[in-house]
Ligand binder design. Sequence first.
Ligand code: FES
Length: 217
Amino acid sequence: MPQDISPAWTPVALSTDLPEASVIPARIATAALALWRSQGGTVSAVADRCPHRGMRLSHGFVRGEALSCIYHGWRYGKTGQCLAIPAHPSLAPPDAIRVATYQTSERDGVIWVSASDERSDVPAHDGMTGLRSIALSAKPQTLAACIGSISVGDAIEWAVDGTKARLLLAPSGEDGTILVHLLIESGATLVQKVAASHALEAIRRHAEALEHQGETA
Ligand code: FES
């Protein structure tokens, strides 16, 4: 896990990246996830491995309030319980067939996941809205240095083109890449959003170049 990324709640995706009846891959420090939203809008996070033959559930599909595996179609509910096995339509799947689930929360346009069973509040980002997410091959500290911020905790504060922005960090891959979610003031204009998006791309190039220099020095 990248240093200084909070282990309690991980910002795994922006709400806009997970429409109704869809599933996407996501990550927390300790697990690869299938993050899915039901037709009714409920967000769930499960281990990204089907208990049957190990297919990634993030390759599956959502129908109604269930997530189906793409391989043999085993269907899972929000609690992780297997609901149906298409090859045996008259069989009630045993309770033991279930996929691990994770606590989820959605707030201020961000989807959060926790591996803990303890209830706690997710970080608040009132007045901000999610703009975009990018993957980046650099340490959080390098990213913060490029922005000129020393705040590397739950978020990096940023000011761009006269508006307030905030970066939330999460693990992206096992190779140490991080996922950066860009939030911007809710009242930002389209011009400011485009400027912030371009500025983030420039910072990614800068941070990755610095990181590469450090590796080759
Ligand atoms: S591997 Fe998922 S249903 Fe067979």
